[in-house]
Design a binder for this molecule. Structure first.
Ligand code: HEC
Ligand code: HEC
Ligand code: HEC
Ligand code: HEC
Ligand code: HEC
Ligand code: HEC
Ligand code: HEC
Ligand code: HEC
Ligand code: HEC
Ligand code: HEC
Length: 307
């Protein structure tokens, strides 16, 4: 108790006046730009320093603390003056983004990170990555994806508990199997207006086709809805009350959203083909369209997807 009081009194003039400069520790020298090397940080930040050898940055030859935090001389001479170092806690999201992108433009600029929904909402690198306190061995994520993404997108998280779902909660799949949290290229399909960070497989295909390869085609007879509109026209990608992740509980209501004869577009200017008169909608047999049109994602043998 007594010693604390003495130290406190001694520190008073320091707090009031301009703190005296502290010389650099023995054996530490600064270059012309004020870089001192990582060894100089060790004494005052032993915890950060101790774990750093495991960091991807250390392994990737960015062994220097100053690679991210900038030159340290003034910070040390100012006895740990926070304003004299690049302290991420004091920086705007934009400044953080720019600092990380000084090195990472190569790997992620093509993904349009500056225009991504996340960047525009000020969700930047350090919202998802933790350089010093990462809990995942890979990618320095602040938390496991389901918790990381799920905390901010709780509604989406709940969809993965529905009766039919992709097994994300169970850890079989991850958000990043379908999404690129860094942003996506201007997509060439339906989502042009709103890409929703949906990742792409092989050029500009939907991510779904990485796994559901048999839906890829190309088919001799494409179902336009699959090729142009995209999988989520008929499926709820996260989870659904309906089997096969379908958007509607009964198949024919899904099909009739388009196959209703309305409109004046299409190849013949007569809209999307309405099912032929042979289809008796009062007959329950006709209500499950895919019992006959089985190759609904495309066919190599039949224009009407029946085989
Ligand atoms: C790849 C960039 C990067 C490198 C390299 C780096 N840091 Fe950091 N550092 C950060 C970021 C970002 C933060 C903000 C907190 C966070 O996201 O983990 C931070 C926070 C800190 C903090 C604040 C306390 C804390 O734990 O949050 C200290 C002190 C620090 N770094 C020291 C160091 C030292 C010492 C080294 C070298 C051993 C180093 N940093 C290397 C990016 C980096
Ligand atoms: C003489 C001791 C000392 C040395 C040497 C030192 N620091 Fe610090 N550093 C401090 C203190 C004390 C603080 C806390 C300042 C505060 O909270 O106002 C600090 C804060 C920081 C922060 C800001 C953390 C935050 O809150 O965001 C960073 C980053 C940092 N140091 C990096 C470094 C780096 C990199 C080096 C080596 C080049 C280094 N420090 C060397 C004492 C030191
Ligand atoms: C919304 C969350 C989020 C934001 C914001 C974010 N990341 Fe990521 N990042 C991730 C996830 C998740 C992964 C792992 C991807 C995977 O599993 O394939 C990752 C992977 C990475 C990787 C390694 C794999 C790769 O794609 O090259 C790097 C490097 C990276 N991020 C850097 C950054 C930088 C730099 C920023 C800021 C400019 C940033 N990230 C912003 C979530 C994010
Ligand atoms: C001085 C250059 C530099 C800066 C600044 C930098 N990085 Fe890196 N980063 C690297 C290098 C080099 C690697 C290792 C590359 C590799 O393994 O492919 C790396 C790897 C990563 C990885 C991948 C980890 C893994 O397990 O694959 C992530 C995530 C990452 N950095 C995030 C960040 C974030 C967030 C920032 C800003 C706080 C940042 N980096 C700042 C150079 C840098
Ligand atoms: C810090 C909170 C936060 C974290 C962490 C986060 N997000 Fe986001 N995310 C947002 C905000 C805010 C937006 C933009 C506003 C909106 O549309 O919800 C957004 C937008 C999105 C969008 C586009 C939504 C749309 O309607 O266009 C997707 C997809 C997305 N996030 C997925 C992810 C994934 C995957 C992860 C984990 C790797 C993640 N997010 C982590 C906050 C977060
Ligand atoms: C099976 C692939 C897949 C997985 C896994 C997935 N998503 Fe999605 N997500 C999509 C698709 C496709 C869309 C676009 C849906 C649309 O436009 O109708 C989407 C849309 C979104 C949206 C915007 C629309 C909405 O429903 O709010 C957010 C936010 C989002 N996803 C977050 C996440 C998060 C967080 C995770 C992980 C917990 C995740 N997604 C996992 C495929 C997936
Ligand atoms: C990482 C691989 C992967 C990706 C990417 C993926 N899926 Fe799946 N999908 C699966 C697996 C595995 C199953 C099996 C169900 C399970 O895991 O319980 C499945 C099941 C399904 C089912 C239900 C099948 C059934 O028989 O009930 C549909 C429909 C589906 N996925 C559509 C999609 C759509 C649409 C996308 C893109 C938005 C997509 N998937 C992306 C792996 C994937
Ligand atoms: C026009 C609506 C529609 C579109 C678009 C669509 N599907 Fe389907 N899909 C269905 C219907 C209907 C079923 C159920 C078939 C059944 O019950 O026999 C189904 C079943 C599935 C199944 C499970 C059964 C099987 O055939 O393996 C998977 C997986 C699947 N779809 C993936 C996809 C993927 C991936 C895409 C995008 C490339 C996609 N679907 C686009 C209507 C569609
Ligand atoms: C998003 C709109 C959409 C949905 C939903 C949809 N289709 Fe289609 N379908 C089309 C379009 C567009 C064509 C091509 C029509 C043309 O070129 O005239 C087509 C073509 C067809 C054809 C071939 C017709 C022909 O004359 O070549 C059949 C059969 C068919 N669809 C059945 C179905 C069934 C069964 C469902 C429900 C599982 C369904 N469609 C759902 C848009 C849709
Ligand atoms: C019992 C089997 C069967 C069922 C169930 C069935 N169809 Fe068909 N569908 C056919 C046959 C066979 C044809 C070829 C034309 C014909 O014989 O009438 C056809 C033709 C079509 C065509 C092309 C019409 C044209 O003139 O090019 C469309 C579109 C279509 N069906 C949609 C649907 C939709 C939507 C459903 C569900 C409401 C459905 N079918 C249910 C057997 C079936």
């Amino acid at each position: 108790m007594f010693t604390w009081l003495v130290w406190g009194l001694l520190a008073l003039p320091l707090a009031w006046g301009q703190p005296p400069q502290m010389p650099l520790p023995k054996g530490v020298t600064a270059d012309a730009k004020g870089y001192v090397g990582s060894n100089a940080c060790r004494t005052c930040h032993p915890d950060v320093n101790r774990d750093f050898f495991r960091n991807a940055h250390y392994k990737g030859q960015v062994s220097s603390c100053e690679g991210c935090h900038g030159p340290g001389q003034a910070h040390i001479e100012g006895r740990g003056d926070k304003t004299k170092i690049f302290a991420f806690s004091e920086k705007s999201p934009r400044q953080t983004l720019n600092r990380c992108l000084e090195c990472h433009t190569q790997s992620i600029s093509r993904a349009n990170i500056r225009r991504s929904e996340h960047t525009q909402a000020d969700v930047v690198c350090s919202s998802c990555h933790s350089i010093h306190k990462s809990t995942t061995p890979k990618f320095l994520l602040a938390k496991k994806q389901i918790d990381l993404c799920g905390n901010c997108h709780s509604q989406v998280r709940a969809q993965f508990s529905m009766p039919f779902k992709h097994r994300v909660n169970e850890g079989v799949m991850q958000c990043s199997d379908c999404h690129n949290p860094h942003g996506t290229d201007a997509p060439t399909w339906r989502m042009g207006q709103r890409p929703r960070l949906v990742a792409q497989a092989q050029g500009n295909e939907e991510a779904c086709l990485k796994c559901h390869v048999e839906k890829r085609g190309p088919f001799v007879f494409e179902h336009t809805a699959v090729r142009v509109d995209g999988c989520e026209t008929c499926h709820s990608p996260h989870g659904s009350m309906n089997a096969r992740l379908l958007k509607r509980p009964v198949t024919f209501t899904l099909c009739l959203e388009c196959h209703n004869g309305a409109g004046n577009f299409g190849r013949q200017g007569d809209g999307i083909a309405v099912q032929s008169p042979s289809h008796n909608m009062a007959d329950p047999r006709y209500q499950n369209c895919t019992t006959c049109h089985v190759k609904i994602h495309g066919s190599n043998g039949d224009r009407l997807f029946r085989r």
